[in-house]
Design a protein around this ligand. Structure first.
Ligand SMILES: [Zn+2]
Ligand SMILES: [Zn+2]
Length: 240
């Protein structure tokens, strides 16, 4: 049993690492086409970002691997595969619930990690990317990686989700994690400056967090930043 759990954790680590390399690699390549000189002087920073990110992948793989094993072999979790198990409108609702709860967890742990002592111990690693690149998506100190690694594996025990919606949550998490750090805005101006865009976090918003530190802590939505008065709008550097 222990061997099976270990294999599952190692497999998940490999999946998370490959997912990171493909997603970051793809958007780093896109960056080289759209903004050819953007990462020109960042070679040594990028190798640091990749090293920290692969270490984070190993940490993310452990709870994910254990839970995946328990789901397959022990009937753990509320992940379901039968589309008829809940009404169809629960599919988009579960997606929104997961994103909102993940965002809530991220906002508060992120704010907490900006307290001076914790910042020095853990979160400084992430902010060592100045400016961040597409490779910084998982560039976290192991302590910070643990806070990120437990949230989705914990939620699947509490809130039912169809396996396809879970895949979508992970895809959104991966793509936004990469694109929010890549140093340019891929979404059209019409969306970023719209009423909807005013509530969503894209590169323009997270870039300002990396410029000014004590604001814009959210992950997907500007909800908590607005409620708590920590929203300082979007980066001037990324304005188009
Ligand atoms: Zn960041
Ligand atoms: Zn931060």
């Amino acid at each position: 049993m222990l061997t099976a759990i270990t294999i599952s954790a190692l497999a998940m680590t490999a999946i998370v690492a490959v997912r990171y390399l493909i997603a970051s690699g793809l958007f780093a390549w896109a960056t080289s086409r759209v903004r050819p000189r953007l990462y020109a002087k960042l070679g040594s920073q990028i190798s640091r970002e990749i090293r920290w990110s692969l270490l984070s992948a190993a940490i993310y793989g452990v709870p994910a691997g254990v839970v995946a094993w328990g789901w397959q072999n022990q009937g753990w979790t509320l992940i379901y595969t039968d589309l008829d198990a809940y009404t169809l409108w629960y599919l988009p609702l579960s997606l929104v619930i997961y994103l909102f709860l993940h965002d809530t967890w991220f906002y508060w742990t992120h704010r907490w990690m900006h307290r001076p002592r914790l910042f020095r111990i853990a979160h400084a690693v992430h902010h060592n990317s100045r400016p961040p690149t597409a490779w910084a998506a998982m560039s976290f100190h192991p302590l910070e990686a643990i806070t990120g690694a437990v949230v989705i594996p914990a939620l699947v025990f509490i809130i039912p989700i169809h396996v396809a919606m879970l895949g979508l949550v992970l895809a959104i998490m991966t793509i936004m994690g990469v694109t929010n750090h890549m140093g340019w805005e891929m979404f059209p101006r019409a969306l970023v400056h719209s009423k909807l865009g005013d509530w969503l976090i894209t590169a323009s918003h997270h870039q300002r967090h990396h410029e000014a530190y004590s604001c814009n802590y959210g992950l997907y939505f500007r909800f908590w930043d607005k409620i708590c008065g920590t929203d300082r709008g979007i980066s001037d550097a990324l304005q188009r």
